[in-house]
Design a protein around this ligand. Structure first.
Ligand code: HEM
Length: 227
């Protein structure tokens, strides 16, 4: 079998989904950790410094290119799998699953992924575009100039209940997407061993609740004046 055949086969597509998904999960850990600096109660000093480090150094910038490539791969392969599953469902299965079929969030990975994509387009236009392309107000910390991303967050979320709600909905979609995606990625890699799968399922549920909840609390915190 040629490499190109492998990557267009069902197994190849699942493998790409799994590896790119795990890479995106690692990104979420860094992103939520960095953003949690907004709660340092120092008017954004720690957060702006941390975000500056991520934007100004060559390693994170190279990783950023990898990140966008990872998102693209995950989205394209995800759509391909979704269409393939739909046409299989239309043809019908040999054995009827009835109510024992997949949970709705498992069947709705394509829909949830699309909602997250819409969230991401809005999100990138709120922060990444001003930060990297159109320009942001500067702030000065110990005489050094930084992008005021904390000020940008305040401008986006304070007094903007509609935007805060859209962010919270994006985080709920992310949570449901992760409930299935997290453990599915490990299963694809062959970690179906009885002992590990229970641990992975538990970790997956914990991750799927804690990370989106922390993200959702960020716009809420600005809106409520908690930061
Ligand atoms: C809901 C709370 C969130 C807040 C307040 C937030 C905030 C930010 C900020 C301020 C930036 C710009 C960083 C910079 O330019 O240096 C950023 C970038 C980004 N965010 Fe978020 N984010 C949130 C959730 C998410 C989620 C859930 C995802 C993914 C599903 C995500 C994906 C991204 C991506 C892909 C970038 C661009 C990456 C980069 O700058 O390297 N964000 N976010």
């Amino acid at each position: 079998m040629k490499w190109s055949d492998f990557f267009t086969s069902s197994v190849g597509k699942k493998l790409i989904m799994s590896l790119s998904g795990l890479f995106l999960i690692a990104f979420l850990v860094v992103h939520v950790g960095l953003n949690a600096c907004i709660w340092a109660m120092d008017d954004g000093v720690m957060f702006n410094k941390a975000a500056h480090f991520m934007g100004a150094n060559v390693v994170p910038r190279v990783l950023e290119i990898g990140l966008f490539a990872g998102f693209l791969l995950h989205i394209i392969q995800g759509l391909a799998l979704e269409f393939q599953n739909r046409s299989n469902r239309k043809k019908g299965y040999a054995v009827k699953m009835g109510s024992k079929g997949s949970a709705w969030y498992r069947k709705s990975m394509g829909l949830l992924g699309t909602l997250i994509l819409l969230f991401l387009i809005m999100h990138i236009s709120h922060f990444w575009v001003p930060s990297r392309i159109t320009g942001l107000e500067p702030t000065y910390i110990d005489g050094k100039e930084y992008h005021d991303l904390f000020g940008r967050m305040a401008a986006v979320f304070t007094d903007n209940i509609g935007i805060v709600i859209l962010y919270v909905l994006g985080c709920i979609s992310l949570a449901w997407h992760l409930v299935h995606g997290f453990q599915s990625a490990f299963r694809t890699l062959g970690l179906t061993n009885h002992k590990y799968i229970r641990l992975i399922n538990g970790l997956g549920i914990g991750f799927s609740i804690i990370v989106p909840l922390a993200f959702a609390l960020m716009p809420i915190s600005f809106y409520m004046g908690w930061v």
